[in-house]
Design a protein around this ligand. Structure first.
Ligand SMILES: [Cu+2]
Length: 276
């Protein structure tokens, strides 16, 4: 019987793997630091808070990521196989308690700091008198409904849904309230709070406007309100951020933020078209 001495020494493999880890760290940091895919600037106060929170989280987790990966790379090389005998290590309870507690404190603190932005979107009600708009999502279009001059939404029912007849919201034709405005784009006045009531006719869609830093799922059978105050006049893309079928990539509309007077003008125009 021939005993073969096992191969010793893993210098090359350890060096290659350590270098790979270092390259991974450098590439990852570069992707974030170089702002290769920057977000367009936020146009709401809440959007700025969300950006701040995101930057803070990225810095904290980024520093930990870099330190942890570089330590790993160093360990891989430092403790490579040089023919030494392996040793059993029992671990350290103290260390485990320390890093579990540190992680807990870190994430709880980051969470607590995000409460302001989160609460502003999800728990704090919009101001009374905010502009109310109904949003209907369906495969693969968006429609927006304004209450019209009387300030009231007409009653709707699914049996009246008819895109062909220009009634995507299913407004009851027998209703006397016929002044609702239905539009394929969202037009809102700058500096005013807007409440969107999100509804879907068929599958789950997602209302996403990058500049608002809002991304909200729309679930059939639910009416989900979101609110925001746009602070910058301009045109912004509304995208569906939920893979909702074959035409998902076409499910797109625009949000136009205009001055108060332009908004009133637009409403008047829509009302006039309604009466024709
Ligand atoms: Cu969709």
């Amino acid at each position: 019987m021939v005993f073969r001495e096992p191969e010793r020494g893993s210098g090359l493999a350890a060096a290659v793997f350590s270098l790979f880890l270092v390259a991974l760290v450098v590439t990852t940091v570069y992707i974030f630091a170089a702002h290769i895919w920057p977000m367009p600037p936020a146009i709401t106060h809440v959007g700025h808070w969300i950006d701040q929170q995101y930057r803070l989280t990225l810095w904290v987790t980024g520093i930990i990521f870099v330190l942890a990966q570089l330590t790993l790379a160093w360990m891989v090389f430092r403790y490579r196989d040089r023919g030494q005998k392996a040793r059993f290590v029992r671990g350290s309870h103290v260390l485990e308690i320390v890093w579990t507690t540190a992680t807990l404190v870190l994430f709880t603190t980051l969470g607590a700091m995000a409460v302001r932005a989160w609460a502003q979107v999800h728990f704090i009600s919009p101001v009374p008198g905010a502009l109310q708009v109904d949003v209907m999502a369906e495969q693969f279009t968006w429609n927006f409904r304004y209450p019209g001059p009387d300030g009231k939404f007409a009653p709707t029912a699914p049996i009246y849904y008819s895109d062909a007849n220009g009634n995507p919201f299913g407004i009851d034709p027998s209703s006397k309230d016929t002044d609702d405005i239905v539009s394929p784009i969202l037009v809102v006045p700058v500096g005013q709070e807007v409440v969107l009531h999100l509804e879907s006719k068929d599958v789950i869609h997602d209302f996403y406007v990058r500049e608002l830093r809002i991304k909200q799922d729309i679930v059939p059978g639910m009416n989900i309100p979101i609110h925001f105050t746009p602070l910058k006049i301009g045109e912004y893309h509304i995208m569906c951020a939920q893979l909702c079928g074959l035409g998902h990539n076409r499910m797109h509309s625009m949000m136009r933020v205009v001055s108060e007077s332009d908004f009133q003008k637009w409403l008047k125009q829509q009302e006039a078209e309604n009466q024709q």
